[in-house]
Design a protein around this ligand. Structure first.
Ligand code: DAH
Length: 339
């Protein structure tokens, strides 16, 4: 039996030394040391040995097993090191190789103007609100003092989903939503898309953007409105910008006004952008009509407020010297790349 064990050892060592992969090494392990391996079957046959021989043979088997196991482990380690070295050579990274570049886009001019406007108003303590574009006429017209037969609705024809739901024509609808949900002091702006059934031309689009502003508190006066808008004009359009107010009429403000700013391209001298008038019409505004406050359960004897609304396209066009509004929506990268 001793000879048999030594022969197994010799064969196992020869084979283990001759393998060329971890897989083959594993086969050797199974062949000699596995559950049905050669050395294991010798152990099983030990029952037929005399009591004196048993411990001697047992010890020998253990020794041989340790030796074979040790050799296999040593070989395995070497294979692993070799493999790693191969990987290090073949898989090295050339950090000087030019990378695949994903070209970075830029913000759309309208988005840039929205960001600018938001920043100015956030700096003055306004909160930014949002409201639905598909809106009840209740919010777009009725609660803003424009009942069904009101002529002011004519100038804001829009897409009707049904008799009482429309694509909103003005962000003023958000005023009502905010006043219904909140108690004064209220100080918000709301930028967003609005819709009107206007034919497309260089200065009209059926979809465009507005920013609405609303302030309601005790003792809010026309002078607060003027001061706020003057500061906004200077911060957003340049420190030299002047602002002027002309009387106007909106059903939801009393008194109402329109405001123009001195042309921020020519400074008021007259140029193509301001159509040689020196002024650019900017926005509608006024003191919130007492009835509108009442509609939202705010007592007009205690509170007063001002509101304003302006189109963003006009600012973007003047700011970037864009002469045709349609360019803003066509999303031609040759155009957009310029901003
Ligand atoms: N909603 C008006 C428009 O679409 C703009 C406007 C005017 C908003 C006066 C206001 C305001 O809040 O007080 O032309």
């Amino acid at each position: 039996m001793k000879e048999q064990i030594l022969l197994i050892k010799e064969n196992a060592i020869k084979e283990a030394n001759g393998v060329s992969s971890i897989k083959e090494l594993e086969d050797v392990r199974i062949k000699y040391l596995g559950k049905k391996g050669e050395l294991t079957s010798v152990l099983r046959g030990m029952g037929g040995l005399s009591p004196e021989e048993r411990p001697i043979i047992g010890e020998l088997v253990n020794q041989v097993r340790d030796e074979i196991e040790g050799l296999i482990q040593k070989q395995e380690k070497e294979f692993k090191i070799e493999e790693l070295n191969k990987k290090l050579v073949t898989e090295n990274i050339d950090v000087t190789m030019p990378s695949k570049k994903t070209p970075l886009g830029s913000l759309h001019p309208i988005t840039q103007v929205i960001n600018d406007v938001e920043e100015v108003f956030l700096g003055m303590g306004f909160k930014i609100e949002d409201g639905p574009e598909v809106e009840k006429t209740y919010y777009v017209f009725e609660k803003l003092n424009m009942p069904e037969s009101h002529p002011a609705r004519d100038t804001q024809d829009t897409f009707y989903i049904n008799d009482s739901v429309v694509l909103r024509t003005q962000t003023s609808s958000v005023q009502i939503r905010v006043m219904e949900e909140n108690r004064p002091p209220i100080k918000i702006i709301c930028p967003g898309k609005v819709y009107r059934s206007d034919a497309v031309d260089p200065t009209h689009s059926p979809v465009f953007h507005q920013v609405e502003g609303l302030v309601v508190d005790k003792n809010i006066r026309m002078s607060d409105l003027k001061g706020t808008l003057e500061l906004f004009a200077k911060k957003c359009l340049g420190e030299k910008t002047k602002i002027r107010f002309r009387p106007h009429n909106f059903p939801y403000t009393e008194p109402s006004a329109e405001a123009d700013v001195s042309c921020f391209v020519c400074g008021g001298k007259g140029c193509r952008v301001c159509k040689y008038e020196g002024w650019i019409e900017l926005l509608g505004c006024g003191m919130v009509h007492p009835k509108v406050l009442e509609n939202c359960n705010i007592d007009p004897k205690i509170y007063s407020g001002f509101a304003f609304g302006f189109g963003l396209e006009r600012i973007a066009m003047a700011k970037f010297g864009i002469e045709d509004m349609r360019l803003l929506y066509e999303n031609d990268v040759r155009f957009l790349r310029q901003f």
